[in-house]
Design a protein around this ligand. Structure first.
Ligand SMILES: NC(=O)c1ccc[n+]([C@@H]2O[C@H](COP(=O)([O-])OP(=O)(O)OC[C@H]3O[C@@H](n4cnc5c(N)ncnc54)[C@H](OP(=O)(O)O)[C@@H]3O)[C@@H](O)[C@H]2O)c1
Length: 327
């Protein structure tokens, strides 16, 4: 048996209930993992609220770490007793123990704690594919400007550090001066408080009117229009989230006069469809963390029984860095 967070209908944080579930044996390609810590992500809010519709009843949570308890047929990369961590579909990590596909579960290096493992897999693999695989024409080289919205959040603080390590000049945005200070302390070269300043004008000023090569935009509705105007000709608008709401439909014709810019909508789950890709990206992330290039900031911790408060804080923009759920 395991405690798990389940919803029977979409809605606010109050629809999340702790239920007792039976956990069986892993089938082919699966493992059973006993969690030590669980990651909180904004995608959990979209799934709970219904922006990303899924069948009901629905167990929530896409990230976690723990110890492998049982291994199904055909799983070669994990064995019973291994420390492991993952970002993976299907949702269901908000629980004590679960059976799940093994493909996206990676052995956790001894140097990385369970807490850090649970906090970093979904957000860190996202930064990995954004900065290394979601690139403008000709790629990114040291000295290039990029704009990264919500720079003091879970994904954002990892991006600030990793971009700096790559020599990129990251301009962050954040919703308060305190958050901006945090982004700056973590490697952002500039940080614009977009609650009080016009980020488009500021980006033009910082880049001497040239614009940035890439905008990494997870805020969505509120930042979309101005972000397009922050780009240099042939720049890339990399949309990867909708914290403020989904981007409205737009006509491709607007992209020409803005400098023949490119638009992409990215999701981590396109990048981790195979075991090989997942491990390659995870190894790069593990290296970034164990080498000290990227520090995972766990700024909030909630017990599983207080999952509603965790969602309330995340949606109210009260969190910085990563948040984990403990058992
Ligand atoms: N597509 C993918 O592969 C992928 C993977 C991981 C994450 N994501 C996306 O990346 C974003 C960051 O994820 P995260 O889990 O690390 O969350 P997070 O950045 O820690 O939290 C979201 C942040 O978005 C900002 N925000 C701006 N407008 C908001 C609004 N109206 N309501 C709530 N927040 C607002 C807030 O920062 P400020 O107060 O500083 O504005 C808030 O702290 C999310 O949009 C998420 O969906 C996408």
């Amino acid at each position: 048996m395991s405690l798990a967070v389940q919803i029977d209908q979409n809605g606010g944080p109050e629809v999340m209930k702790l239920v007792d579930v039976t956990v069986g044996e892993p089938g082919p390609g699966e493992i059973r993992i006993r969690h030590k810590a669980i990651g909180l992500n904004f995608i959990d809010v979209y799934q709970r609220g219904g922006l990303y519709p899924l069948p009901m009843p629905l167990k929530l949570g896409m990230e976690g770490s723990g110890v492998v308890e049982a291994v199904g047929e055909g799983v070669a990369h994990l064995k019973v007793g291994d420390r492991a961590a993952y970002a993976s579909q299907p949702p269901g990590s908000y629980c004590e123990v679960r059976v799940m596909p093994a493909k996206c579960v990676c052995k956790l290096p001894d140097a990385i704690s369970f807490e850090t493992g649970a906090a970093m897999m979904l957000k860190g693999l996202t930064v990995q594919y954004l900065l290394k695989r979601t690139l403008p024409q000709g790629g990114l080289t040291a000295g290039d400007f990029v704009l990264f919205h919500a720079a003091a959040g879970g994904v954002g603080l990892i991006a600030c550090q990793w971009a700096k390590a790559l020599g990129l000049r990251l301009i962050g945005t954040a919703g308060s001066d305190v958050k901006c200070a945090l982004a700056l302390a973590n490697g952002a070269e500039f940080c614009i408080n977009y609650s009080t300043e016009d980020f488009q004008a500021k980006v033009k000023e910082i880049t001497g009117g040239k614009g940035v090569k890439v905008v990494y935009d997870s805020v969505g509705k509120d930042t979309w229009d101005k972000s397009l105007d922050c780009l240099a000709p042939f720049g890339l608008m990399a949309s990867f989230g909708n914290a403020s709401g989904p981007v409205a439909p737009f006509a491709p014709g607007i992209l020409g006069p803005k400098g023949s810019i490119y638009v992409t909508r990215q999701t981590l789950f396109s990048h981790i469809t195979t075991r090989e890709n997942t491990q390659e990206m995870a190894d790069d992330l593990f290296d970034a963390v164990t080498s000290g290039k990227v520090k995972i900031h766990i700024d909030q911790t909630f017990p599983l029984a207080q999952i509603q408060n965790a969602h309330i804080a995340l949606e109210a923009r009260k969190t910085t860095g990563c948040t984990i759920i403990t058992l």
